[in-house]
Design a protein around this ligand. Structure first.
Ligand code: DP6
Length: 360
């Protein structure tokens, strides 16, 4: 049954609950630098994950008297969380001019992640995409139904306003956010699924998230992005991201693993080099991060297995590899990398199909 009919079945405009599960994503070409209302300075390209999910239930009940602004209670993993509640209230209040119906309801949001909060995994991507999907589903209930493609585009647009990388989590597979020089069809306002063919080798792909540390981020993402405003290498970096995105689009369709590895690892190290050379500079890699990278590169060379790595704005390492090499790679992780992870913890993730509406 199409998702929008599901919404009609169990809910009405008076009260109901809408639940979405949405995955996190890992950027292969990084979004780093933004301007205006959450617009990216450069295009980014990501792979949507499968196991690292946020599940969000939005319960709505018509208020007797339409309230002034958003009326929200927010619980994270079963407990009321006022920090998140304030952030989400602020976000929803900003949407009010275009989504006035939000003020007609009392909203109760219950959200939780399938991955541990302390795992250092960026949860804003999965959290804001799940929330945006709930908001657009509610819009579908109180107004006319939209076409499916418009539904996701609008959810991606709204997710972006909450957290830039979240706009890419609205779709499965590979996703691009941001206009790409000389490659038409992509937008700064919302993400779009990769338009070109994807070679078989990239259709079954894994991401082992090696948790070096579960500590809170040393630099928040908005503060991190703002460091690009005065960065001496900003313009060449933005140009490079265009080139990498355009080339990676080709690589994903030709199946050129060698170029994939070169681009993806260069993107990860560039992100960290940009942070290190910012003012103030941040050093987010730990000695275990470096050691893991060395071991991944050695394993690739000695075993001739096309494993590669990427990094987020933190010390954890994402080990990327084709499904064909699953057995050897899992053994390599257990034998040679798990000891470098906090409590030997790593998340066995893979390319995913995108969000799922799960109520009724
Ligand atoms: C390094 O999406 O977390 O993960 O828009 O301020 O919420 P905000 O930033 P956020 O930045 C993610 C940066 C990154 C790279 C990426 O995911 O593209």
């Amino acid at each position: 049954m199409p998702f929008y009919l599901k919404a009609m079945k169990s809910n009405n405009a008076e009260r109901g609950t809408i639940t979405w599960q949405s995955p996190s994503n890992i950027a292969l070409v990084k979004y780093w630098g933004k301007h205006g209302n959450q617009l990216p300075r450069n295009p980014s390209l990501s792979m949507t994950l499968q196991a690292s999910l946020t599940e969000t239930a939005l319960s709505y009940q018509k208020r007797k008297e339409p309230g002034n602004g958003i009326g929200l209670t927010f619980a994270f993993e079963g407990k009321r969380n006022e920090t998140f509640e304030n952030r989400i209230t602020e976000y929803l209040n900003k949407l009010l001019p275009d989504y006035p119906f939000l003020a007609d309801y009392h909203l109760q949001i219950d959200s939780g992640n399938t991955f541990p909060h302390s795992s250092g995994i960026a949860s804003s991507a999965s959290a804001f995409s799940a929330l945006a999907l709930c908001v657009v589903s509610l819009k579908n209930i109180v107004t006319d139904l939209q076409k499916e493609s418009e539904f996701y585009r609008e959810a991606s647009f709204l997710a972006r306003l909450g957290s830039g990388s979240a706009c890419r989590s609205v779709y499965g597979g590979y996703t691009i956010w941001g206009e790409v020089d000389k490659v038409p069809g992509y937008s700064d306002e919302f993400a779009v699924p990769l338009r070109s063919e994807i070679h078989e080798v990239f259709q079954s792909f894994y991401d082992a998230v090696l948790i070096v540390s579960g500590e809170e981020k040393k630099v928040g993402s908005s503060a991190g992005h703002s460091l690009m405003e005065r960065h001496p290498f900003a313009q060449s970096r933005f140009r490079q991201a265009h080139e990498h995105t355009a080339e990676l689009i080709k690589v994903l369709s030709t199946g050129d693993l060698e170029r994939y590895i070169t681009i993806v690892e260069n993107e990860a190290l560039t992100l960290h080099a940009l942070m290190m050379s910012s003012s103030p500079g941040f050093m987010l890699m730990r000695k275990e991060t470096m050691e893991i990278i060395e071991r991944i590169r050695d394993f690739r060379k000695t075993e001739n297995i096309p494993v590669s790595f990427t990094l987020d704005a933190g010390p954890n390492v994402h080990l990327l590899y084709p499904g064909k090499y699953r057995k050897e790679t899992v053994k390599f992780i257990e034998d040679s990398l798990a000891d470098l992870c906090a409590e030997r913890f790593w998340i066995d993730d893979a390319i995913g199909k995108g969000p799922e509406k799960i109520n009724d």
